[in-house]
Ligand binder design. Structure first.
Ligand SMILES: [Zn+2]
Length: 165
């Protein structure tokens, strides 16, 4: 029976034919974690010269340090070899390009449903937000001085990272 995933499962069979990650443990081999946006223009590993096995990649709309991201970082830093954390937001991010009402209106129009109850958490000032997100990591009691944290803005048109803090 055909499914919506057939092409992906076929690609997975090819992937498994030359699978090279068997026997890896789950640590971040390069000691890196990156918090970044879900945007499909972002290739988190390649942008910093890493590959599978090297880093913990934590993604969500905007690249925010949410409570769940903090849980992941506490595990990564304390148990999985993470020594450096990059918080990476990006230019032309949908989370920074509209206000809350505009985003609700777009989702409502696309879904045909009421979206007025939903909070998307848009970013009004990306550079200020990057400072805030980094601060959450730096001031967490189980992270803080155990890890180097940097905040960056990634340019989706040039591929360059601009360090903000
Ligand atoms: Zn984004």
């Amino acid at each position: 029976m055909p499914s919506a995933f057939d092409d992906l499962i076929a690609a997975n069979r090819e992937f498994a034919d030359s699978f090279e990650l068997a026997g890896f443990d789950g640590v971040a081999r390069a000691g890196v974690a990156m918090v970044t946006c879900m945007d499909s223009r972002i290739d988190p590993l390649r942008m910093i010269g890493l590959q599978a096995g090297d880093a913990k990649i934590l993604r969500n709309p905007g690249g925010r340090v949410t409570d769940q991201v903090l849980v992941a970082l506490v595990l990564g830093v304390n148990l999985l070899n993470v020594e450096r954390v990059l918080v990476v937001e990006h230019t032309r991010c949908a989370m920074a390009g509209a206000d809350e009402a505009e985003l609700r209106a777009k989702v409502a129009a696309a879904s045909g449903e009421d979206a007025s109850w939903m909070t998307f958490g848009v970013i009004t000032d990306q550079r200020a937000d990057i400072l805030d997100e980094v601060s959450k990591v730096r001031h967490h009691p189980l992270l803080g001085d155990r890890v180097s944290v940097g905040g960056f803005l990634y340019d989706v048109d040039t591929g360059l990272l601009d360090q903000v803090c």
